[in-house]
Design a protein around this ligand. Structure first.
Ligand SMILES: Cc1ncc(COP(=O)(O)O)c(C=O)c1O
Length: 386
């Protein structure tokens, strides 16, 4: 399994495919204006990070060290797993084809014979994983804190202690899963003090704890608490490889060796074992280099930028309470959002999202903010508003 350098990659992968991609109108769709690899970099006030178009993806991948794996063993996959062991401080990490599978297998294995798993009502596991826990893994998800970003340790304890009087047949509590930050709550975080209390309660009561940390790097950047510290409170943690690390898909699940060693077999059982995973692993590994530092700079730059943008009449940008990279964004009713969006996009390569009928919405901050200095962005808004 030879390491592939840039020139060999072009030759071996036949970057002859590149002109084909460009010539193919379907594949090339959306590639315009996203030349982040080629130089004219787009600032996106939406999403959590770079999500490369196919041509850009191939360009960036050529800068990575690529070693092929075989069914997830060896090569760039193994290198990425080692990296995540370092990052999280856990004993072992395993590459997963999706975050959904990482979440589901983690809570299934952690809870063993016990069938109840407590989750946030707003969590991806509860609302967005097609009832897999119930239908595939025979786990009963018990939602807490309706429509709220998080439940407290007290609420969890009350729910666990109420079970004997509320249910006749005793089935044990297997695991608790926490999503942080919470996608359905616009990236709000679970406060670290609450996580510490929940972790202490679970450990004292032999209840296993899983972290859906798909976007844990956003929480780390905005809270100043390291990924390792978050991970230390949990038995398992999953981190997405595509939401901000540039891969086209994939996830990492980290935890004790006894848990993680069970995963390759279970991934196969559930049809998730893929022959080659190196393109996603190599991309994530490449983009992880310096990522924490880039996020730190992004937060600082966002604070300075929003202070300046708020001085432009008609714009109000505010952080959300307990929030991360998603900010509320309001424009005075006089401003035509479509004109502003078009001007920013066409003249300055800046993308902003939609607003509602009251001219209110959200803007997200990610590392694409680093592509231009703040004066460029401030000037772009001023000119486009005029
Ligand atoms: C919080 C959270 N968890 C898990 C997932 C699932 O990730 P995947 O798309 O890799 O299955 C997502 C995806 O949107 C998510 O937002």
């Amino acid at each position: 399994m030879a390491s592939v350098n840039r020139r060999n990659f072009i030759k071996n992968s036949g970057l002859a495919t590149l002109p084909m991609l460009v010539a193919n109108p379907v594949l090339a769709m959306g590639t315009t204006n996203n030349q982040s690899a080629a130089g004219t970099q787009v600032i996106k006030f939406m999403g959590d990070g770079e999500m490369f178009e196919p041509v850009d993806y191939l360009n960036i991948l050529q800068q990575a060290t690529i070693v092929r794996d075989s069914y997830g063993a060896g090569g760039s996959v193994e290198a990425l797993e080692k990296k995540f062991v370092e990052i999280t401080g856990k004993e072992k990490a395993v590459f997963m084809p999706s975050g959904t599978m990482a979440n589901q297998l983690a809570i299934a294995v952690l809870s063993g014979e016990n069938s109840k798993v407590f989750v946030q009502d707003t969590s991806h596991i509860y609302r967005d994983e097609a009832d897999a826990a119930q239908s595939v893994y025979q786990k009963r998800l018990m939602p807490l804190a309706k429509d709220e970003p998080f439940f407290t340790a007290q609420q969890l304890q009350a729910a666990v202690e109420a079970l004997p009087s509320e249910e006749v047949f005793k089935t044990g509590v297997g695991a608790v899963s926490i999503e942080n930050p919470v996608r359905r709550s616009n990236g709000r975080m679970v406060p670290i003090e609450e996580l510490r209390k929940i972790s202490a309660y679970c450990r004292a009561n032999n209840i296993k704890l899983h972290l859906d940390g798909a976007r844990i790097y956003m929480a780390a950047a905005w809270s100043g608490i390291s990924v390792k510290e978050y991970a230390s409170l949990f038995d398992t943690i999953y981190i997405s490889l595509y939401k901000y690390l540039g891969a086209a898909g994939g996830a990492m699940l980290c935890g004790d060796k006894t848990i993680i060693d069970k995963m390759p077999h279970l991934i196969k059982v559930h049809g998730g074992s893929m022959y080659g995973n190196w393109s996603n692993a190599a991309m994530a590994l490449h983009r992880l280099e310096g990522f924490e530092g880039r996020m730190k700079n992004t937060v600082q730059k966002a604070n300075e930028l929003f202070e300046a943008l708020n001085k432009i009449p008609g714009i109000t940008i505010k952080p959300l309470p307990g929030g991360t990279n998603i900010y509320s964004f309001a424009l005075s009713p006089k401003i035509e959002i479509t004109k502003l969006r078009d001007a920013l996009n066409t003249n300055y390569n800046i993308r902003i999202g939609r607003v509602n009928e009251k001219n209110e919405g959200f803007i997200s901050v990610n590392e694409t903010l680093l592509y231009q200095d703040n004066n460029y962005i401030i000037n772009a808004f001023k000119k486009s508003m005029a």
